[in-house]
Design a protein around this ligand. Structure first.
Ligand code: ZN
Length: 371
């Protein structure tokens, strides 16, 4: 049996240019290295799985490379790069403040900071989840952060910027990592699939990307999970089943039925959804998002806010032509009220059914108003 390496590790980016979805940040860092204007303390903020630690490691590797390329990337050949690639470099030091947040942990780090690097020029200290450091640990660290030796660079990473003390914020150059766009994640998954000789339906990869909600690491672990289930062919249907996602198809049909004012068809369809084990609230929220997507498609200026695969996008554009704006807006209103009422409703199923009946009546109501 071959050794299975999880994709998030196997495909961890090794250069600035391969970091997914954070171009503005990686370009700024590259320029700072090129112009020798690199700050000594950084704060990397952003939700989990968006590339903070990865970027920190790439920065450490690149500034220590003996042979940087013209585009300011590490050469991957020199002694320093090799030791980074083997995970043996002494120039990068990682502290996870979530589990090591005491004064002693920080003192250990401060003692380290004084020692100049043996190989290369800089030592990079990455403190992950820095907001978890105890107040005492923070205070012990502050002095070092104020007057670091020339060879030291601190990269503090956090998912909760609001918890960082102003004294720390004011001493760091701050980078806000964005949630990664669904399309960027899907593209990266497609790249991984090609490398692994897996054939994957683009819509299926979009679905995985959507489920990951902006975190590349999550997307890659879902991808691994699907691969272990599907083998070398990933289909849309298999992903839907595996992730327990309701197919867009249901929502397209609801809208179709609403336009035909076909209440029984809507109720039967909802029954089908319930029998599949989905939750009524989940269905309402999904339907509201569907209407939102239809509205977005109606104007070419907002059309690129749609975050779905190509095949599904065509279906949206097609349905949006049949739906007028007033109709979609009214339905959204009905759905948003149902969303609010759902928790307090005694009979939640009835609430959803009532909502569907209202949606099926919207068209004739509007026609009565504007004959
Ligand atoms: Zn190198």
């Amino acid at each position: 049996m071959s050794d299975f390496v999880v994709s998030a590790r196997k495909y961890r980016p090794q250069t600035f240019d391969t970091v997914v979805g954070q171009k503005a940040i990686t370009n700024t860092l590259k320029n700072a290295i090129k112009n020798q204007h690199l700050a000594q303390a950084f704060l990397f903020c952003g939700s989990r799985g968006v590339g903070k630690t990865t970027t920190a490691r790439i920065l450490a590797k690149t500034i220590n490379c003996f042979n940087r390329t013209e585009v300011v990337e590490a050469c991957d050949q020199c002694e320093s790069c090799k030791s980074f690639n083997e995970g043996a470099s002494l120039n990068v030091y990682e502290l996870d403040a979530a589990s090591n947040n005491s004064v002693d942990d920080i003192r250990g780090l401060i003692d380290q900071v004084r020692i100049a690097p043996q190989l290369g020029t800089h030592k990079v200290y990455i403190i992950d989840e820095v907001h978890m450091l105890s107040t005492a640990a923070f205070n012990a660290f502050l002095k070092t952060l104020e007057e670091p030796p020339a060879h030291a660079i601190f990269i503090l990473a956090t998912t909760e910027k609001h918890k960082i003390l102003p004294t720390i914020l004011s001493r760091c150059q701050i980078f806000d990592f964005q949630r990664i766009k669904v399309k960027d994640i899907a593209d990266h998954l497609a790249h991984v699939a090609t490398q692994e000789a897996i054939s994957a339906d683009p819509d299926a990869l979009h679905l995985i990307a959507q489920k990951a909600d902006g975190a590349l690491r999550d997307a890659l672990s879902i991808f691994d999970q699907i691969v272990s289930f599907c083998g070398t062919t990933i289909t849309h249907k298999a992903v839907l089943e595996n992730l327990n996602v309701l197919d867009h198809d249901y929502y397209f049909k609801v809208v179709e039925n609403a336009l035909n004012e076909d209440i029984p068809a809507c109720l039967l369809l909802f029954n089908d959804v319930m029998e599949k084990g989905f939750d009524g609230h989940h269905f309402l929220v999904g339907l509201a998002e569907h209407f939102r997507n239809l509205l977005i498609c109606k104007d070419p200026r907002t059309a690129n806010l749609l975050e779905v695969g190509e095949t599904t996008e065509k279906l949206f554009v097609e349905q949006a032509k049949k739906v007028d704006g007033a109709f979609a807006l009214r339905c959204l209103g009905v759905l948003s009220k149902a969303d609010v009422d759902y928790k307090s409703a005694k009979n939640q199923r009835l609430l959803v059914e009532l909502t569907l009946m209202q949606i099926c009546s919207v068209k004739s109501e509007l026609e009565k108003k504007n004959p």
